[in-house]
Design a binder for this molecule. Structure first.
Ligand code: ADP
Ligand code: MG
Length: 282
């Protein structure tokens, strides 16, 4: 199974160090959560892994190969897929056509490691059409397959974006707030889907604000704060980390628990951690 390593990654925007010596490990078959407050550097980390921004230092290694200097499309061909925080779909195309775009990306290049992974079926000999149908069915998009994406609610459009990414069969998939815009039941189904994909070998790096989802599906978590990884470990370990609580929320749960009138969003999250042990992301 594939393995993505980010080593001592730093990204600078002018005088602003958005990511500072961050190291991460994403393994095939596992879901790694990358959490942290808004502006912590999560999306910038994704962009550096994909080659959208150039790091000022550090390396990105895929299966031991240094891909730090490759252009974005070459990283994609090597098996790195992603979705975007600000949803990127081809709005003039139908749902089915969007998925086909992902398939074309894969078919246009020589077979790579991503091709070895079968997320949704063991059948190695599916026709392209059958594979698109499979993805449409698995994501419950078949009933709207011929609808224009421009007319879809956000929740559906996010699934289309996921489907397009899966059609390229990445070995490592980066998901930037994929449950945003999904309702509770859609989010539950989405979490189940991620678990199934990982169980079939996909490595997932998940940035997500939905605390319950992150805690339920992630194998391990890394916490970014002001561009630095301040904690790493299982969800339970990270949840119990006092340094994370104070750095993340600027206060410990016990000092905030009970706050109601005038509570900030962070206060509310901190109170949730204190009462239910579930909470971290802003
Ligand atoms: N293209 C850019 N140019 C300048 N600053 C940026 C750019 N992209 C992000 N930043 C800044 O880098 C920091 C990290 O942003 P981002 O990675 O989007 O955080 P997150 O995804 O964790 O919310 C923020 O301070 C943001 O304003
Ligand atoms: Mg972001």
């Amino acid at each position: 199974m594939s393995e993505l390593r980010v080593e001592d990654l730093s990204v600078r925007f002018g005088g602003h160090l958005a990511v500072s010596s961050a190291s991460l490990l994403v393994k095939g078959g596992q879901i790694t959560g990358l959490i942290g407050p808004n502006g912590a550097g999560k999306t910038t980390t994704f962009n550096a892994i994909c080659g959208v921004v150039s790091p000022s230092s550090g390396k990105v290694l895929l299966d031991g190969e240094d891909i730090s200097r490759l252009r974005t499309y070459k990283r994609s061909r090597k098996g790195i897929g992603r979705t975007f925080q600000r949803l990127e779909v081809f709005s003039s195309l139908t749902v089915r056509e969007n998925i086909q775009v992902g398939l074309e990306i894969r078919r246009s290049w020589a077979k790579g490691s991503g091709d070895l992974i079968q997320y949704l079926t063991d059948d190695q000999d599916l026709s392209p059409q059958a594979e698109v149908d499979l993805i449409l069915n698995r994501l419950d998009l078949m009933p709207i397959a011929d609808h224009s994406v421009s007319a879809l609610p956000t929740g559906h459009a996010r699934l289309v974006e996921l489907g397009r990414a899966l059609a390229a069969r990445p070995s490592i998939l980066l998901l930037d707030e994929p449950a945003s815009g999904l309702d509770d039941s859609e989010t539950d189904d989405f979490g189940d889907l991620l678990v199934t994909l990982a169980a079939n070998g996909l490595g997932i790096l998940l940035v997500e604000h939905d605390v319950a989802l992150v805690m339920r599906v992630c194998t391990s978590l890394a916490v970014l704060d002001f561009g630095q990884i301040i904690a790493n470990g299982s969800p339970e370990e990270v949840r119990a980390n006092e340094a994370v609580l104070s750095a993340y929320l600027g206060s410990t749960p016990t000092s905030i628990a009970g706050t109601s009138a005038g509570a900030t969003h962070d206060d509310v999250v901190a109170a949730e951690i204190g009462s239910s042990g579930q909470g971290f992301v802003s």
